[in-house]
Design a protein around this ligand. Structure first.
Ligand code: CP
Ligand code: NVA
Length: 322
C-alpha cells in the first residue's frame, strides 16, 4: 500500500509543471494515472462534491482555430477547479499582429499559471513551450490532439473496462486525431489499426515510434488501405472529418478520396457485436459517418464529448497544482 502511494506521489511530482504537447512525452504510468484521476474528477462532479484544487489559478486559452468542445470544456474545468480561464483569440491579441511567439509566451508566463493553445503548425506550440516557464497544453495542432485522446481513452475504459488488449480501428485521415490515437493506444497496450487512402497515411516517425512502444506494452499498430480489413473484430470504431480545419479548400477533392472509408452499416456489421462508435466531433453526417451509425445504439460520441471536461480537469490538476 505504502509503495503504491509512493509511486503515485512520484508520478504527481513528475507531472507538475510539465507541458502537454503530445502523448508520446508521457509514460504509460502517467497516462494511466491521468485516467484514474479523471474517473475521480467525474465522480466528485457527479456527486456534487467540491474539488477546488486550483483555487486562484488562471489558464490562458489562445485559439487560432474555431472550437466548441475544447474552449468550453477547458473553461468549465478551470471554473470547477476553483480557478479561472481567459479566452484569448489570436485575432485580438498582438500575436495576430506579428508580436513574436517567444515574447508572447514570456509575457503571459508573468500573469498566468498555464496556457492552452489551439494552432496550426505543431512547431508553433513547441516554440511557445520552449519560451514559456509555465505549463503549455496542446488544444489541437495540425498534427496532434492529445487532450481529445485522454477523453477517448476514458470513454473506452468506461465501456470496456480494460484498455489493454482491446482492438480499435480508425477510418480516415492520418492526421492530428489519428496521430494522438496511435500514440495513446501504443502507451496503454491497445491494438490500433488505421485504414486510410494512399497519400493520407500517418506520419512515419510517429508510427515507428509507436510500434516500438507497442513492443513493450503489447499494442500492435497497423496501417492498411482496406477499411474492411481494419474493422474485423474491432471493439472500438473511430473516425474524424475528411477535411480538417485549414483544409477547407480541399473539401471536394477529399470527398472523392475518402468515400470508401465512410463508417456506415455495411462496414460496422463486420465489427465485434458490442463495438462502440466514437468521433471527436464536429461530425458531418453523410460524409465520414452515416446518421444511422452516429445516432445509433453503438454511438458514444456525446459521452466522449462530456469526458473532455473530466479528463482535462485531471490534466489541469496534475500540471498546474502548486
Ligand atoms: N473535438 C474537438 O476538439 O472539438 P472542438 O473543435 O469543438 O473543440
Ligand atoms: N481533425 C479535426 C479535428 C477537429 C476537432 C480538425 O483538425 O479539424
Amino acid at each position: 500500500m505504502q509503495s503504491i502511494q509512493k509511486a503515485e506521489n512520484e508520478i504527481e511530482e513528475g507531472m507538475k509543471g510539465k507541458d502537454f504537447l503530445t502523448l508520446s512525452e508521457f509514460s504509460t504510468e502517467e497516462i494511466q494515472y491521468l485516467l484514474k484521476e479523471a474517473v475521480e474528477m467525474k465522480k466528485l462532479q457527479k456527486q456534487g462534491i467540491p474539488h477546488e484544487e486550483l483555487k486562484g489559478k488562471v489558464l490562458g486559452m489562445i485559439f487560432e482555430k474555431s472550437s466548441t468542445r475544447t474552449r468550453i470544456s477547458f473553461e468549465i474545468a478551470m471554473l470547477q477547479l476553483g480557478g479561472h480561464a481567459l479566452f484569448l483569440s489570436s485575432k485580438d491579441i498582438q500575436l495576430g499582429r506579428g508580436e513574436t511567439i517567444e515574447d508572447t509566451a514570456q509575457v503571459l508566463a508573468g500573469y498566468l499559471d498555464g496556457v492552452m493553445i489551439r494552432t496550426f503548425g505543431h512547431e508553433t506550440i513547441e516554440r511557445f513551450a520552449e519560451a514559456s516557464s509555465i505549463p503549455v497544453i496542446n488544444g489541437l495542432t495540425d498534427t496532434h490532439h492529445p487532450a481529445q485522446i485522454l477523453a477517448d481513452l476514458l470513454t473506452i475504459m468506461e465501456h470496456k473496462g480494460e484498455l489493454s488488449g482491446l482492438k480499435a480501428a480508425y477510418f480516415g485521415d492520418g492526421n492530428n486525431v489519428a496521430h494522438s490515437l496511435i500514440e495513446g493506444a501504443a502507451k496503454v497496450g491497445m491494438h490500433f489499426t488505421i485504414a486510410c487512402p494512399l497519400g493520407y497515411e500517418p506520419d512515419e516517425a510517429i508510427l515507428s515510434k509507436a510500434k516500438e512502444v507497442g513492443k513493450e506494452t503489447g499494442a500492435v499498430i497497423n496501417v492498411t488501405e482496406d477499411p474492411f480489413d481494419a474493422v474485423k473484430n474491432a471493439d472500438v470504431l473511430i473516425t474524424d472529418v475528411w477535411a480538417s480545419m485549414g483544409q477547407e479548400d480541399e473539401q471536394e477533392e477529399r470527398e472523392g478520396v475518402f468515400e470508401p472509408y465512410q463508417v456506415n452499416k455495411e462496414l460496422c456489421i463486420n465489427a465485434n457485436e458490442n463495438y462502440i462508435f466514437m468521433h471527436c466531433l464536429p461530425a458531418y453526417r453523410g460524409e465520414e459517418v452515416t446518421g444511422d451509425i452516429i445516432d445509433g445504439p453503438h454511438s458514444v460520441v456525446f459521452q466522449e464529448a462530456e469526458n473532455r471536461l473530466h479528463a482535462q480537469k485531471a490534466l489541469l490538476k496534475l500540471l498546474l497544482k502548486s
